[in-house]
Design a protein around this ligand. Sequence first.
Ligand SMILES: [Zn+2]
Ligand SMILES: [Zn+2]
Length: 179
Amino acid sequence: MMSPKITLLPLGAADLRLLEWLKEPLKERLGCEFGISSPLSLPKSAFSPQRSQYNSRIILNWLRSDQFSPPLLAVAQVDLYSPGLNFVFGEAELRGDVAIISLARLNPGFYHLSPDELLLKERALKEATHELGHLFGLRHCPNAGCVMHFSNTLADTDQKNSLFCDQCGRRLKALLQKL
Ligand SMILES: [Zn+2]
Ligand SMILES: [Zn+2]
């Protein structure tokens, strides 16, 4: 079994300390090595002036182009949406090459609450682990405590754990062995 090395790609004005911090707990959860690439600007074509948000589908398509080597998790500060949804915390290709998360709505400041670095880190870890789970082929889990449970709201994110439940953990191992 050869675990892939996953690139964390900061998009825009990225919080590099947070990305650096993510490497270790992500490695513990996924069993893969992580590297951080140099920050890049977001593609202008992904911005919707009407919504003041970026379209995560367009960003994922751009990340699929030749200039990047997968697997790849992009970390954006800006707010993301996906067609048909008001916003998304993240999006990933199921069993694919590219995934993205946004830190915008994970930050208490987004809701005019005082900064809470620990809470932001925990939420970022949950969303990153969740999208990487999809990237390796895991689907949503009915267990509300599992990191693969769907987060419709931030309350869902805060309620769930940053770990895979036993069943998802076993599935993930099997999926990684098939790579
Ligand atoms: Zn999901
Ligand atoms: Zn699960």
